[in-house]
Design a binder for this molecule. Structure first.
Ligand code: TMP
Length: 210
């Protein structure tokens, strides 16, 4: 089973990934956790370029191709071998992030993104995608609080430094993707507290698995 988590900055994905794994393991699933960008050794180098605030002048198409490069390496080196071995793969962000950020928010052609995905990844789709949804004003507030307190690194803040309207377009893009594919997406209100969100995610997983 291939499970992905999506959401804007400060939506709490990283914390919830830990809860998901704990739950799946308690149900006897053999899971691995990973993320994009940066799920492989090569991907970590690509991540550093993509998230460095000093990369602020990066061309949008170059940005898109770097995310796709990271993903091709990650799927071929990590995700597919584990899926073929029968493991459950839990991934913090995947292809939907590219459609939301580079497509809806940056304005790149979504059909180009879809074609690249088909070509490079043979259209590998998650079985379930959990979308942690919340207003960007709240998400960005949380993200900057974590960065300022040192809980999160400040060398990966290129996207946090984008405008509020950019993050509003990301959120709207994700919600549109969830509307288009209701079978795959579960939208969860991430403005609620951690435990409430955890319970809702687990309910969604149980529904999917039964
Ligand atoms: P994160 O690991 O903290 O979620 O940060 C990854 C950042 O990269 C986040 O701001 C979203 C952005 N991103 C894209 O713009 N496109 C993508 O395809 C992916 C996977 C992430």
């Amino acid at each position: 089973m291939f499970i992905t988590l999506e959401g804007i900055e400060g939506s709490g994905k990283t914390t919830q990934v830990e809860h998901i794994v704990e739950f799946l393991q308690s149900r006897g699933h053999d899971c691995v956790v990973t993320r994009e960008p940066g799920g492989t050794k090569i991907g970590k180098k690509i991540r550093a370029i993509l998230l460095d605030p000093e990369s602020k002048d990066m061309d949008s198409l170059a940005e898109l191709l770097l995310y796709v490069a990271d993903r091709v390496q990650h799927i071929n080196e990590f995700v597919n071998p584990f899926l073929f071995a029968g493991k459950t793969v839990v991934c913090d962000r995947y292809y939907d992030a590219t459609v939301a950020y580079q497509g809806y928010a940056r304005g790149l052609d979504i059909s180009l993104i879809n074609r690249l995905h088909k070509l490079a990844l043979k259209d590998l789709k998650p079985d379930i995608t959990i979308l942690l949804d919340l207003p960007p004003e709240i998400g960005l507030g949380r993200a900057w609080k974590q960065i300022k307190s040192g809980a999160r690194t400040d060398i990966e803040t290129r996207f946090e430094k984008e405008t509020l309207s950019f993050h509003k377009r990301v959120r709207a893009g994700y919600l549109e993707l969830a509307r288009i594919e209701p079978e795959r997406f579960r939208v969860i209100d991430a403005s609620k507290n951690e435990n409430h969100v955890r319970k809702e995610i687990i309910e969604a997983l149980v529904q999917k698995m039964t």
